[in-house]
Design a protein. Structure first.
Length: 330
């Protein structure tokens, strides 16, 4: 196993894993146009999952908090964004690109602002009393998820809620024989921008240095005069806002959402965090892309195995690399 890892690292490391999977599936699928469509769909799905999972990876890996209520922010972000888009229906269908963009920014902005506020409340009231107690963290955050689902049921009802899209994100463009949905391309690009921003903050700024130092030796950083508790609250709030943004993107992807959206995505999000490596933005991105590609490829090649594909992927990766593909170095 060690020799296998050394060989893979020499060839480019685990970053080549999605390329290898795509190459194998290209042979299995046979039709280049179908393969390209599935690949683009998988990448777009992976980026949306990355938005939801990145915040949980930071909170779980850096702060050692088992937040099983993280998916509540996904649900809230989805419904808040959908409600804002519904109230701006005239802007969505307008031929004006500026009005389309304004509606989208308003919806995403509302979801993220609410995610920030909800994250602050969640950390201060629910998480803070149970730091360093994983069992109580699991129980109390699962209870919070159930409460949020019931609140969504009370406010928005139990029937599927329709989600509108701005006119400029509707339709598709064709490259040769390949059809690419504009919304999926937009989701992929947005995910790349968020990843670049997170990577820069954590690895190239003083704030990121303080966060990583606080995780490794909190007492020493506090002795230097820094308020680590405020930094950790900021990390939690940022993670909640990213989850809300991911929920808003997923709502537009599905176009019909239910109050159980967050609970349905919770398993997928945790799988991504585990196979990517705790606390690693690079690992989370890699894990999300792997899950997105495998879901689409397996769904096409063997539909009966599509539901189990994520579990099988996690099992194989953890047998190979128990700490995940790219765990954070502390």
């Amino acid at each position: 196993m060690d020799k296998l890892n050394e060989t893979i690292d020499r060839l480019g490391g685990v970053y080549l894993l999605p390329v290898a999977v795509a190459a194998v599936c290209f042979v299995l699928i046979g039709a280049p146009s179908s393969w390209a469509t599935l690949t683009v769909a998988g990448l777009a799905m992976g980026m949306m999952i990355f938005l939801m999972a990145s915040g949980l990876s930071l909170v779980f890996g850096l702060m050692d908090v088992l937040n099983f209520g993280h998916s509540a922010f996904v649900s809230l972000g989805a419904f808040i964004a959908a409600s804002v888009l519904a109230s701006l229906g005239g802007w969505l269908g307008s031929p004006s690109l500026m009005l389309n963009i304004a509606a989208l920014v308003a919806a995403f902005g509302a979801a993220m602002v609410f995610g920030l506020i909800a994250g602050w409340f969640f950390e201060t009231v629910i998480i803070k009393p149970v730091y360093s107690d994983h069992l109580r963290q699991i129980l109390i955050t699962m209870g919070a998820l159930i409460v949020v689902e019931e609140l969504i049921l009370a406010i928005w009802g139990g029937t599927p809620f329709s989600v509108g899209r701005p006119a400029f994100l509707e339709g598709a463009f064709v490259i040769g024989d390949v059809t690419i949905e504009i919304y999926r391309f937009f989701a992929f690009m947005l995910g790349l921008i968020v990843y670049a921003g997170l990577y820069w903050v954590l690895n190239r700024t003083r704030l990121g240095l303080l966060i990583r130092a606080g995780v490794e030796n909190r007492e020493m950083v506090e002795a230097l005069g820094f308020r680590i508790d405020r930094l950790f609250i900021g990390v939690f709030m940022a993670g909640s806002a990213l989850a809300a943004l991911g929920g808003a993107m997923w709502a537009g992807y599905e176009t019909l959402i239910t109050p159980h959206l967050g609970a349905d995505m919770m398993i997928v999000v945790f799988i991504v965090v585990i196979i990517g490596g705790l606390g690693s933005v690079q690992g989370t991105l890699l894990g999300a892309i792997m899950v997105g590609l495998m879901s689409n490829y397996v769904g096409f090649l063997a539909p009966k195995l599509s539901l189990a594909s994520n579990m099988l992927l996690m099992m194989v990766i953890l047998l190979w690399r128990p700490n995940g593909l790219k765990p954070a170095v502390k």
